[in-house]
Design a protein around this ligand. Sequence first.
Ligand SMILES: Cc1ncc(COP(=O)(O)O)c(C=O)c1O
Length: 341
Amino acid sequence: MTPVAASADLDVRQHNYSAGPGALPPEVVEEVRNELPVYPGLGASIMEVSHRSPEYTAIHQRAGARMKSLLGMGDDWHVLFLQGGASMQFHQVPLNFLPEGGVADYLDTGAWSAKAVKEAEVVGRMRGATVRVIASGKDGNYSAIPDASSWDLSPNAAYLHVTSNNTIFGTQLAYEPDVDVPLVCDVSSDFLSRPMDIDRYGLIYAGAQKNIGPAGVTAVLVKDAFLQTRQPDLPTILDYGTHAAKLFNTPPVFAIYIVDKVLGWIERNGGLAGMVERNAAKSDRLYGALDATEFYRPTVELGSRSSMNVCFRLPSEDLEAQFIAQAKGEGLRANTHVTCI
Ligand SMILES: Cc1ncc(COP(=O)(O)O)c(C=O)c1O
């Protein structure tokens, strides 16, 4: 067998501030590199074997179990690893849970929640159902999360959809909504960055590429009682029940294999409490530096600031372009749009 050439030196990896796809823990990248040609004991790469092999089944089950354990979920929760990105969940959630003639509430806190509303409205039109935006931060350019006291909640909504962290605008819900209906939450860009009061939720979903792995897999966690409220006659592949019942089709094996490793890394680094500490240390330092001068201008109001992605402006677009060029020279990678690192 031909030996595999050593790949790039991990020491040359830059500081990566991209909100998503985001950085993976270096030790995970190294472990994946080492196991890429031959998964231990398998005689082949994990990418080359059946998704029903005992080796892959163990990885799949462990990833689900780790996720549940980190979030303190009981046996009444299902963990699904789906494809189509978080964007597909914008449609799949109402398709499953918005009933004929019913109502679903949505909190509009940024570009991604607006997209979720748009897709729910498609389902609403099909079913003669109503999608209600209970509050929106749009008029203030999404620089703050509308205060919970202003939310115009429907008494009989099938669910309330919220986005816990708004990746583009750098806002984050500082609290978990206290409402009488099941919460559905897009946790794509702060998943597993802090503990959740999981009893409040019916379903949470996250594209993996921000916080827990590479692009290609979406984690969907659904409580069984909520799952049972789904609508009849759904297309098989879009019915959450299909995936809760069994491994229905070929999952994105390689992405899930890496997710499992990242979850192991979170466990070894203090679990979600450890993540809170780590995130606060980084974001407090960054906001502290930004607030210390008039030069940098954080775009988000106090109380809505994200500990995941910190958005700020400089006095002019020319200076912003210079800042980005100089940061690149210092080995700092960031998203290409000027407002967020
Ligand atoms: C909060 C949030 N929701 C949804 C999405 C869409 O995710 P995907 O690209 O996996 O469809 C993103 C992507 O950046 C996001 O940040």
